[in-house]
Design a protein around this ligand. Structure first.
Ligand SMILES: Cc1cc2nc3c(=O)[nH]c(=O)nc-3n(C[C@H](O)[C@H](O)[C@H](O)COP(=O)(O)OP(=O)(O)OC[C@H]3O[C@@H](n4cnc5c(N)ncnc54)[C@H](O)[C@@H]3O)c2cc1C
Length: 485
């Protein structure tokens, strides 16, 4: 499948992923607390390709009880506040429909009550909920497993320098109480998360429009890649955009910090919304994956030298699905409109004025969208035709096309979207054993890279869920296997 995407992925790395992926899953399941369930229904992102699947390819962590970590629970960084409810309760994708149906279905009400009671008890004892789901559950499962095996962690410690020594490597660590030198006899695995937070490397490797608009992550400052470069490592930076993208909307929190909310799967594909560029025109199928949606934003920005984009809906949409940071509600809190996160208007022309886009064009775009949506078709961008589109639409409550509904033009709203990266793809060149390669393409003895420090084996393709974490964990496994062989 990767080959048909046009990815230059090394066939040996594809084989390595398939071979070691299965070994890794078996090991995690049998010997650790990491419990991953196959997700039966989760379509690949490029459904038109031979070999694409409707499900069974992705794995999701089971929920984890943070209380099992005791005092070490405080080491698990909380998700961004906008991903939690009541200031600290995690909610999985599966919880959402149940919470929304709690007022009308007894089973859903029971589930909501169970979550609420557990959260209330958690808050009596601590700062946030201990029922961990999604990425937080995976991190906690890995951390707990490592602690039980006696692995020691150095927190608030940065590897600032790495050099060869007579017996392996010497590293200078910056700690809260000064610098420390350590030796690594067998080898070193670089896994510092890529260069999302490194302004210089962003300028060098990311496409121009993204550099202008993309939001840098805290951490992941390219330190691992720079350590590799200091040892003459080679870099792969020819992966198209060199990053994995997601659209975000942005708002300043009451404490002054800035929140970037990823529009991954909860709103873009739902019926009753569309996205336009700064000219007021649609530019892509909004129900495509976050990465491919952003590729369309970047292409449009490059063509038009204008990188403002908006997700438009009506207030009935917000009531049913929410929009970005706004949870499903008939009356969004005033703070969303007061800071212009949510822009409301009672006609296309009035909305266009507020968004500074051309009024006539926006009016025509909405009229055409509504006319086609009424017939359940999208001749312009084929929204709702692929299995992925329909999966993220609302087949339960809306037909014939679960991704299309005409908007109420007298009660419109919009949020502004920008492109952000969810991780970087360019990175240190490695072989299929995760060994870092030097400028002559030979492995540097004892030096490995994985996660986003390793140049992505997908080489610019984003075929489906887990595109970064799947290879990240599998090549970490292969690095350790090689190191211990
Ligand atoms: C909202 C969102 C949703 C996502 N969803 C998915 C998904 O569903 N599936 C998927 O596959 N991917 C997903 N991703 C991407 C995924 O989270 C990242 O690609 C992945 O976490 C990267 O893992 P990593 O181990 O390379 O880096 P990280 O998880 O960032 O770990 C790197 C660690 O190294 C530490 N570090 C950095 N520099 C140094 C240094 N010099 N010395 C010592 N330590 C250092 C950092 O503090 C950090 O703890 C998502 C990302 C976002 C933002």
């Amino acid at each position: 499948m990767l080959e048909s995407i046009g990815s230059k992925a090394d066939i040996r790395k594809i084989d390595a992923l398939l071979e070691s992926g299965a070994d890794l899953l078996a090991f995690l399941n049998d010997f650790t607390e990491v419990k991953l369930d196959q997700v039966a229904a989760h379509p690949d992102y490029l459904q038109h390709l031979n070999g694409s699947s409707l499900g069974g390819r992705a794995f999701a962590p089971r929920e984890f009880d943070g209380r099992l970590l005791g005092n070490d629970f405080s080491r698990i960084r909380a998700p961004m506040p906008e991903f939690m409810v009541f200031g600290g309760m995690m909610v999985s994708k599966a919880d959402i429909p149940l919470l929304l149906a709690a007022h009308r279905e007894p089973k859903a009400l029971m589930h909501a009550l169970k979550l609420g009671l557990r959260y209330a008890a958690d808050r009596v004892a601590g700062r946030r909920g201990t029922r961990l789901v999604m990425g937080n559950a995976l991190v906690a499962q890995l951390f707990s497993s490592a602690l039980k095996r006696g692995v020691s962690f150095a927190f608030e410690t940065r590897v600032a320098q790495l050099s060869r020594s007579a017996v392996g490597f010497k590293a200078r660590l910056q700690t809260g109480s000064g610098d420390v030198s350590v030796r690594a006899g067998k080898g070193v695995i670089l896994a510092a998360g890529g260069f999302s937070g490194n302004a210089e490397l962003r300028k060098k490797w990311l496409p121009r429009p993204a550099v202008k608009r993309t939001v840098a992550h805290a951490g992941n400052d390219g330190g691992g890649i720079e350590l590799g470069l200091s040892l003459n490592a080679a870099v792969e930076a020819d992966h198209g955009g060199n990053a994995f993208w997601m659209p975000v909307s942005t708002m300043r929190r009451t404490d002054g910090s800035v929140a970037h909310f990823p529009h991954i799967a909860l709103d873009r594909a739902k019926p009753g919304s569309l996205a336009v560029d700064a000219s007021g025109q649609r530019f892509t199928n909004e129900a495509n994956s976050y990465h491919h949606f952003c590729e369309a934003m970047l292409a449009r920005a490059a063509d038009n030298d204008n990188d403002r984009f908006f997700l438009i809906a009506d207030m009935a949409f917000v009531q049913r699905y929410g929009m970005g940071m706004i949870r499903p509600t008939a009356r969004p809190a005033r703070r969303f409109t007061e800071c212009d996160y949510l822009i409301r208007a009672n006609s296309p022309r009035a909305l266009a004025t507020q968004l500074s886009v051309d009024g006539l064009t926006l009016e025509q775009t909405l009229a055409r969208y509504n006319e086609n949506a009424g017939n359940g078709v999208d001749p312009d961008f084929h929204r709702g035709e692929s299995a992925l589109n329909r999966h993220n639409g609302d087949a339960l409550l809306h037909g014939p096309n679960p991704c299309l509904r005409a908007l109420d033009l007298s009660d419109l709203c919009a949020v502004e979207l920008t492109v952000a990266d969810l991780g970087t793809s360019a990175g240190l060149a490695t072989d299929d054993r995760a060994r870092v390669l030097n400028q002559s393409s030979h492995p540097i003895p004892g030096l490995y890279a994985c996660g986003n420090d390793m140049a992505s084996m997908m080489q610019g393709a984003y075929p489906g869920p887990g595109t970064t974490l799947g290879p990240g964990m599998t090549f970490a496994w292969r690095a350790v296997e090689d190191l211990c062989s």
